[in-house]
Write a protein that binds this ligand. Structure first.
Ligand SMILES: *Cc1c(COP(=O)(O)O)cnc(C)c1O
Length: 240
């Protein structure tokens, strides 16, 4: 089931790339495994998937040690400052930096551990209907603040579009995020590394790819509906 779903999602990503005249390797698929047991992650891994996304520090901490070490974990959820210590160094990329205070705490923890944490700034482009991310009019300030922190490497921008029946209605959100990437590039410390756009979920990823997404974060279309409460991470049987 998961293997078939993954294949269908990969085919749709390839089709969207084709329509947009983009190389398929320019879009990376993050399989969002939140609330799913480690067993489900192992199944996707066996089908070749290597990037996974979690939105709770506890789930990341529980699953990571019992799964193959070549998995690249992405943190995509609202991160409380007291949980930063569980995520820094554990996630390859933190997509959800939505305040200067959070950025500073990640910088502090990364500095203590002698590492550089890659991050994205999460922007609420969709306005009122979106719940996550810093308001668009404060985004420039956040980018400047992150650029000044020595243990953060700012790789780009992330957004969660408001839920929509028709993905065409949220296409302008994706377009706007791409424009912001270009606008903010001169403010960053490493402009050439500020090139990632994390946008697009199960309901709207094709439109996001057509508008320039480099990461899509897809849960439901791969793993089915979320399972609450989240499954405990037990060591899965790994098929290689
Ligand atoms: C849950 C989640 C996703 C995946 O959503 P689906 O609609 O299940 O594909 C993507 N991004 C974020 C930030 C999420 O929290």
């Amino acid at each position: 089931m998961i293997a078939e779903n993954l294949k269908a999602v990969r085919d749709r990503i390839a089709a969207a790339c084709e329509r947009a005249g983009r190389a398929p390797e320019s879009v990376r698929l993050i399989a969002v495994s939140k609330t799913k047991p480690a067993e489900a992650v192992a199944e996707a891994y066996a089908a070749g998937q290597r990037l996974f996304g979690e939105n709770h520090a506890q789930e990341l901490t529980a699953k990571k040690p019992v799964l193959p070490q070549d998995i690249e974990w992405h943190f995509i959820g609202n991160l409380q400052r007291n949980k930063v210590k569980y995520v820094v160094g554990s996630a390859a990329l933190i997509h959800s930096v939505n305040s200067e205070a959070l950025a500073k705490e990640i910088d502090r923890v990364a500095g203590n551990r002698g590492l550089i944490q890659e991050v994205l700034a999460e922007i609420n482009v969709g306005g009122e209907e979106s719940k996550q991310g810093i308001d668009a009019d404060e985004a420039r300030g956040l980018v400047e603040a992150i650029a000044a922190l020595p243990h953060l490497r700012l790789r780009g921008l992330m957004t969660v579009a408001p839920p929509a029946e028709d993905p065409e209605t949220v296409r302008p959100v994706f377009k706007r995020l791409r424009e912001m990437l270009a606008e903010f590039r001169p403010l960053t410390r490493e402009p050439e590394a500020f090139d990632q756009l994390s946008m697009g979920m199960s309901g709207d990823f094709a439109a996001a790819i057509e508008e320039g997404a480099t990461y899509v974060r897809i849960g439901t279309s791969i793993f089915g509906p979320r399972e609450y409460p989240a499954k405990a991470a037990e060591a899965p049987k790994i098929k290689s």
